[in-house]
Ligand binder design. Structure first.
Ligand code: 4NP
Length: 155
């Protein structure tokens, strides 16, 4: 099993979007039993809450189920439990490296996988209001991440 943890600040907007998109893309590739997706936030601001309505609305518009989500803060043990820990921006990555050390093979930004997008981070829709942009980057980034996992894990 390959386990992926997406990380943003609040764990209600960007990282849940990526979590649910990856799960869908893995299912489409017949890899649901080989890849697990989860997400967490660096802040804990929204612990115990459901994902943001904007994230939920866009996922549902793309036919993706949004059930069963609960926001949580990153934990020290996450480093051992996940094969890939994928940050949405530089602040998330800096916090992950502060907690877990520098591990470029394991800890990186989603946008590192899609240089052709022209984005160096996933902009935060909590501030921009643009959840369609979040979805587009999650879809492109997760497709690239699946290619990476398939190549590295021989799937
Ligand atoms: P996220 O967005 O990190 O993509 O989940 C945010 C959600 C909440 C807050 C900031 C960003 N907040 O400050 O509460």
């Amino acid at each position: 099993m390959t386990r992926v943890l997406f990380v943003c600040l609040g764990n209600i907007c960007r990282s849940p979007m990526a979590e649910y998109v990856l799960r869908r893309l893995a299912a489409e590739r017949g890899l649901s039993d080989k890849i697990r997706a989860a997400s967490a936030g660096t802040s804990g601001f929204h612990d115990g809450e459901d994902m943001h309505r904007g994230t939920k609305t866009v996922l549902q518009r793309h036919g993706i189920d949004t059930g069963g989500f609960t926001s949580r803060k990153i934990e020290a043990t996450d480093k051992q439990h996940y094969d890939y820990i994928v940050a949405m921006d530089d602040a998330n990555l800096a916090e992950l490296e502060r907690l877990f050390g520098r591990h470029p093979d394991k800890l990186f930004k989603l946008t590192d996988l899609i240089p052709e997008s022209g984005y160096s981070h996933v902009p935060d829709p909590w501030y921009t209001g643009d959840f369609d942009e979040t979805y587009a980057l999650a879809a492109a980034g997760c497709a690239a991440l699946l290619d990476k996992i398939a190549a590295e894990k021989g799937l």
